[in-house]
Design a protein around this ligand. Structure first.
Ligand code: SF4
Length: 336
């Protein structure tokens, strides 16, 4: 099996951002206090290469800011620092994240010349009211144009969306996911909103002007959104913020922060499939489900949540699982 390409992340927190979006604090999310310099890039690459498999050169990634909105000389300095590694083949390619209103054909030509292969667009929502209330400073139309530019220029496109932003609803999040599928990205990132301490969103929440989505709501919405992306064969490359010690220790004050959010969403998707195989006539029954290899834990749910939910809803006696060679996210009921 081909080894997965490792990512060497370099953080440029808030570099290039024209203002602060209400939910954002890249320093808390990334743990990086100041934007990387060319020297930091070289150090990160050297350290990353020492850890990586030489047979599969890693990707260098610039995250945490609006890369293409950084003054061009600084972009050049950061990209130049990676060029010796690109030329020698030690680094396979570069990816970076940026804002939809900071991408045009000329910028993409510039990036291509430096070995950038993937552009991640922080779109967050395709609803203009949600974008406005979140202080994004761009529209859904900007995102559509940027996505088209990125794809037409031959880059890999990753789109990032958030759920539960100010003004968001389940329907708006589902609409955003549907619009994303129409843009045919190579992958998506899905981030339920987390309230970080000392952000404008934190102030809104404390003033009672914003009601957050709980983990439970986020799991529910994201399970449905994941079905849409799966049906369109669009991989979800990340679901939920990367857990960090600071976030877990209280910097994530409220909202949908959970260190294993992706697993909770997967379990919810199994629960939906398990429910579909039961009826009220199963009252008092012993239920046996077949699930794909390695998926018993997801099918069972954290702390047996799926089993307990099914037992309560259908008055079942027992719920058990066995693993069979089935495709992922397939559940079959075994009738004895
Ligand atoms: S969400 Fe993106 S554009 Fe907004 S402040 Fe954070 S890094 Fe900058």
């Amino acid at each position: 099996m081909k080894a997965r390409r490792a990512i060497i992340p370099v953080f440029v927190p808030h570099l290039g951002c024209p203002h602060r979006c209400v939910f954002c604090d890249q320093r808390r999310v990334s743990g990086a206090q100041s934007p990387a310099t060319a020297r930091d890039v070289r150090r990160a690459v050297e350290e990353g290469l020492a850890r990586s498999n030489p047979e599969t050169p890693p990707t260098l990634a610039f995250y945490g800011g609006s890369f293409t909105a950084i003054p061009r000389a600084r972009q050049r300095e950061l990209l130049e620092a990676a060029q010796p590694y690109i030329r020698s083949g030690a680094i396979a390619d570069i990816r970076l994240s940026t804002r939809p209103d900071a991408v045009d054909a000329e910028t993409l030509d510039f990036l291509r010349a430096y070995g950038v292969r993937t552009v991640e667009l922080g779109v967050q929502s395709m609803d203009d009211e949600v974008l406005r209330l979140s202080g994004r400073g761009h529209t859904a139309g900007d995102a559509e144009k940027a996505a088209a530019h990125v794809k037409a220029a031959g880059f890999e496109l990753i789109l990032q969306m958030m759920t539960g932003l100010p003004g968001d609803t389940r329907e708006k999040s589902l609409m955003t996911a549907r619009r994303f599928t129409e843009l045919s990205p190579h992958g998506v990132r899905l981030y339920p909103t987390v309230i970080l301490r000392d952000t404008p969103l934190y102030d809104l929440w404390r003033a009672g002007l914003y009601r957050e989505n709980t983990v439970e709501e986020a799991v529910d919405w994201c399970a449905e959104i994941s079905e849409l992306f799966d049906a369109a064969h669009i991989p979800i490359v990340r679901l939920g913020l990367n857990p960090t010690d600071d976030l877990s220790a209280g910097e994530a004050v409220a909202g949908a922060y959970h260190p294993a959010l992706g697993e909770l969403v997967l379990s919810r998707r199994y629960l939906t499939r398990e429910r579909a195989l039961l009826t009220k006539r199963d009252r008092g029954a012993d239920i046996l489900f077949a699930v794909p290899p390695g998926r018993t834990s997801a099918a069972t749910g954290q702390k047996r949540a799926n089993i307990e939910a099914l037992k309560a809803e259908y008055a079942l006696k027992t719920v058990k699982f066995l693993e069979r060679p089935l495709p992922d996210l397939t559940v079959e009921r075994i009738i004895p």
